[in-house]
Every structure is written in C-alpha cells, then in structure tokens.
Ligand binder design. Structure first.
Ligand SMILES: [Zn+2]
Length: 578
C-alpha cells in the first residue's frame, strides 16, 4: 500500500466521508444506511468505523473510502485519490507539483473564458433568441453556462491578457491559436457550450457557428471542439456527466444521446440521467465511465443513416462491456426535436425503449417483405452484434428471439454465430435454449461452502477485535480448519488483507461484515466457532465419501477386485466417523 493511501486513510474517517453523502444510522458497532448504489427501502448498506470499510448486502458492493468515492462520484482510482487527498489535506507525493500547478492555471484560464463568453451572450439578442427558439429555457442556459464567442480575432485573447494569463497558458488551454502574426481566438462567432469534467470543473468547449461568420467560407465546421489539452481528453469526457451522474447511479440506467442540444433538452425533462458524446465517436473509455455507475444503457442517436450506424457501433461496444442495451424508438430527426415538440413523448420513448434485439428485428421485419431478404439482413446486421455479447446465457436468449423473428429453428442461427465467433477467436459457444436471460441459474452455495464462509468470517472479524477473550480457542480452530478450506478460503485466511486481489478483498470484507452482524450479541463465540468447525469437518467427510463411492463404482465396472476391497474398507472406516 502506498503511503499516500495510508496517510489519507489515517486522516479521513469513513463515517464522516460516507455520512456526507447519505444519512447513516447507528447499528451496534457499525452504521447502516439505505444503499446509495441500488434501489431499496430497508437498509442493507453497512459501514464499519473500526475496519474502515463498507459493504452492501443488497448489491454486493463494498470496500474502503477509495472504492466508495469511485462508486459515488463515478471516477477512477487516481481521481478518487486526488479528491480524497484534497479533502484530507495530503500533498500527493507522486503527483508532479509542476503538472498540478499547470492544470490549476489552465483551469483558471478556462473558467475565465467561461465567464467572458457568458457575459457576451447577454449582449447578443440574436443568439439568445436562437437558443430559445431551439427550446432551451433560461435555467438551462444558466446551469450549463452557455455563452457566446463574438466575431473578431482577439476578443477573448485581450480579455485573458487583461487577467494576466500568459500566451502559452492560453494556447495550452486550447483557447487561442498561434500564427506568424501573433495569437488569435480559436472560437469566433460561435455559441459556446462549456464542457465540464466529472467534478463539474470546466475543461473545454464546444462551439456552434452563429452569426456573421457562419456565412463565410473560411470558418469551417458547424461545431468545433477544444483540442486535446492537459485538461480535455475528448475520448474520456461525456457532456453533461457531472450533472447526470447521481440519477444515473440511482436509476442504474444511463441515456446516451449524440448532441449537446439533445442533452440540454433532455435535462429539461424528467430524463436527467442523460449524457452526450458530443461531437465525437463513442469510445470504450466513455462506456467505462458509465459502467462504474450503471448496468443499463438506453441509446437515442440521430435517426439519419449516420446516426443509425453510429448507434449500431455503440450497441456492439456496449454489449461487449456487459451492458444491458435498449434503444429509444423515436420518429423525429433527433431527441432535441422530439423534446421541443413534446417532452412527454420523449419521456414515453425512454420508458418504452426496446431491447436492442427487438428494435433491430422489428426494423428488419417491417423493411423486408420477403422473409429471405430479412434473413440475409439478420445475418449481416444481427449476428455480428450477438457475437459481441459476453454472457453465453444472454446470447442464447437473443438467439432464440432472432430465430423466432425470422421463422427458423435456432440451429442455423447458432451455426452462423459459431462461424463468426471462430473467426473472432472468441470463447466457445454452446446453445442453451432452455435458459433465458430472465431465468438465470443461480449457483447454489453448497452446505460446506456456507459453513466455511461463516467460520472464516468469524475468524477474520475476531482477528481484528483486540478485546476478544477467546484467542486460544480461535487459534486452535484456525489451525484445525485450514486444511478443510477451499483454495480461496485458504488464501483469504493466510494472506495479509492488503495483499489480496480486489475480488478477494471484497469477499474478505463481506464475510467479516456477515459474521459481525450475526454474532455481535453472542457471548459464546468459542462455542460457535467449535460448532462451525465440527460442521465443516462433517461436510468434508461427506465429500470424501462421495468421491470414494464414485471410485468404488468404477472399480466394480472395471472388475478391479483388489482396489475395490481397499476402497470398501476405507469407506466403512470413514462412515463410522460421521
Ligand atoms: Zn447496495
């Protein structure tokens, strides 16, 4: 563990941190709360101040202050580290102070530009009228800090200069461009949409052409974005994410649109869990950011050819990342147009979004009158999408939907899919038509496993309890149980918590919480531990007997008399121990 992490942990209390986001209630040595990460009415979210950890029994999330920050703010570890370091007043050692300083200055440049453009929009009646005409209300214009970059070459440059920013910093922030004749403004005669990072800090702009220059040939694209800067990486920034992240998490669903206007308009309706890719192709990084907060994705891209193919690509990527993907079926050109016409229809389109497979199959079936043509289209469009799905169970569910729609048995669909998977060198595919995604098999924990879990939890919990008065019993039980544990159990018991990998850490944390919650009032922990150990011994013995009877059957078939009698003898011996 790095010393940065240790230092931060020692300065921040987990209850203060979590308590600043959600209401905590005292529950014995712990605190409990309604989980912020899944929908529930009865609290199953627990925080342990002693172990500096948290766990939710409802959604099985858990960890320390860093993982809490990652989950609740939708940031990655390094960002969580930065936020918490700031909160704890810890100077990050590996963070180059020069780099930090530079980012601070560039953020200030960008902030100044935001307020400059906002001021200019107030003077620009036509631009404001245009935004109103598109359907934006005053709140949106204010909350999203929309502004205007005036015509002319050095308006922003002169303003930033008057604020004592250097030419290099302005250029690095992407606000001005260097030419042989000096620096000039990158954005001119444009409506300016600031782009914010996940913590709400401005990182760049997207500017839409407006006014005088929009008629000249030399101005270029309808929209231009800030270039790549130390603050702005367009492959990692989703427009509107800072405002949408809370509802995305609460609803476990994210609505993804293409344009800023789509997003701004959607934020004026009840669909506030919306983000936009905003003028750039969707990347895996974008989806990773969403995946930290939600498992469900609803796409609503433009309905023209370009939008449809962008949407298909997005579906493929999202499926490969394990999202449950739906598509909103809208008739207008894009969400912004629909919302302007009727916000209610947009809300309904989202509520009735179709699973991607239904959406595409419906489209294909209604487009092609001849079923043979529809089948060809399915082979071209649907099968490649199905090949992206990770879960075989889900995939087979979609296979059966597809086969039904094109009135064929599942086998030919599976065969085509197999061909593709073979080419993709993806894992082997088998059809499980009997299992649909709604009906997933939950793997039943064996009796032995659940006893092991309880015993392990008890040991791990009491290990950290310095006041326990049954150290000796605990040590004996620990020694005796080790050989009976599963491989994972052994590892968890014998490894220092910090050395465990993420999954094991999570199990460790969960087992400890479970034990604490069920044994906290018990005054006979030593007895409990011995009972669990006896149970574990018995279950292990049963397992051994099972194996032995398998062998006996095989020896019988093979006519191996010698081994048969040896095994029978052992069987008799073991069964007496039960
Ligand atoms: Zn939960």
């Amino acid at each position: 563990m790095s010393s940065n992490v240790d230092q931060i942990k020692s300065r921040l209390s987990i209850t203060d941190l979590v308590g600043s986001y959600i209401k905590l209630y005292k529950a014995g040595a712990n605190f409990k709360a309604v989980c912020p990460f899944h929908n529930e009415k009865t609290p199953s979210f627990f925080v342990s101040p002693i172990r500096e950890s948290w766990h939710c029994f409802g959604c099985n999330r858990g960890g320390d202050i860093f993982s809490f920050m990652m989950e609740i703010e939708g940031v990655d570890f390094s960002e969580a580290l930065k936020i918490l370091a700031l909160r704890a007043g810890v100077e990050l050692k590996r963070d180059d102070p020069r780099e930090r300083n530079e980012k601070d200055i560039l953020t200030k440049v960008t902030e100044s530009a935001v307020s400059f453009y906002q001021g200019k929009l107030k003077e620009e009646d036509n631009a404001r009228a245009y935004l109103k005409e598109r359907g934006l209300n005053d709140d949106s214009i204010k909350n999203f800090h929309i502004g205007f970059a005036p015509t002319g070459w050095r308006n922003l440059y002169d303003f930033l200069k008057s604020k004592n920013f250097s030419d290099t910093d302005m250029e690095k922030a992407g606000m001005v461009i260097k030419s042989p004749k000096g620096y000039y403004d990158r954005f001119r005669s444009r409506i300016m949409f600031p782009i914010f990072g996940s913590m709400g800090q401005p990182v760049g702009f997207s500017g839409r052409i407006f006014g005088e220059e929009s008629h000249s040939e030399s101005t270029g694209a309808k929209y231009i974005n800030s270039p790549q800067t130390p603050l702005f990486d367009k492959s990692k920034i989703l427009y509107g994410f800072d405002k949408a992240k809370n509802t995305i998490r609460q609803e476990n669903t994210c609505v993804l649109v293409e344009g800023q206007m789509d997003l701004l308009m959607s934020q004026q309706t009840s669909i506030t869990n919306t983000v936009a890719t905003s003028g750039t192709a969707l990347t895996e990084e974008h989806l990773k950011i969403i995946k930290r907060l939600a498992d469900n994705l609803i796409l609503s891209f433009d309905t023209d050819e370009a939008g449809l193919s962008a949407s298909e690509r997005a579906v493929g990527m999202a499926l490969a990342m394990g999202f449950d993907v739906k598509i909103a079926d809208i008739k207008e050109k894009d969400p912004a147009d629909l919302i302007k016409k009727s916000p209610e229809e947009w809300e309904e389109a989202i509520a009735k979004a179709k699973p991607f497979i239904t959406f595409y199959l419906d489209k294909i079936i209604s487009k092609f009158k001849d079923i043979k043509d529809a089948r060809k289209e399915v082979e071209k469009k649907i099968i490649p999408l199905l090949s992206k799905i990770k879960s075989e169970i889900e995939r087979s569910h979609y296979v059966s939907e597809t086969a039904k729609a094109i009135r064929l048995p599942e086998e030919p669909v599976v065969a085509e899919l197999k061909k593709l998977l073979k080419n993709n060198k993806t894992e082997h595919f088998t059809s499980h038509p009997q299992i649909s995604s709604q009906n997933q098999v939950k793997i039943q924990k064996s009796r032995k496993q659940s006893i092991e879990d309880r015993l392990l939890g008890l040991i791990l919990w009491q290990r950290k309890n310095t006041e326990n008065n049954f150290k000796e019993v605990l040590e004996t039980v620990t020694l005796k149980c080790v050989d009976l544990l599963s491989e994972e159990g052994k590892k968890i018991l014998n490894t220092d918590e910090d050395e465990l990998d993420e999954n094991m850490k999570k199990s460790y944390n969960k087992l400890t919480f479970e034990a604490e919650l069920s044994y906290t009032d018990s005054e006979t922990l030593d007895k409990e531990a011995e009972i669990l150990l006896a149970g574990l011994e018995k279950e292990s013995l049963k397992e051994r007997l099972e194996e032995l009877s398998d062998k006996i059957r095989q020896f019988e078939i093979a006519g191996d008399q010698e081994n048969l009698s040896l095994s029978l003898e052992e069987f008799q011996k073991l069964i007496k121990l039960l």
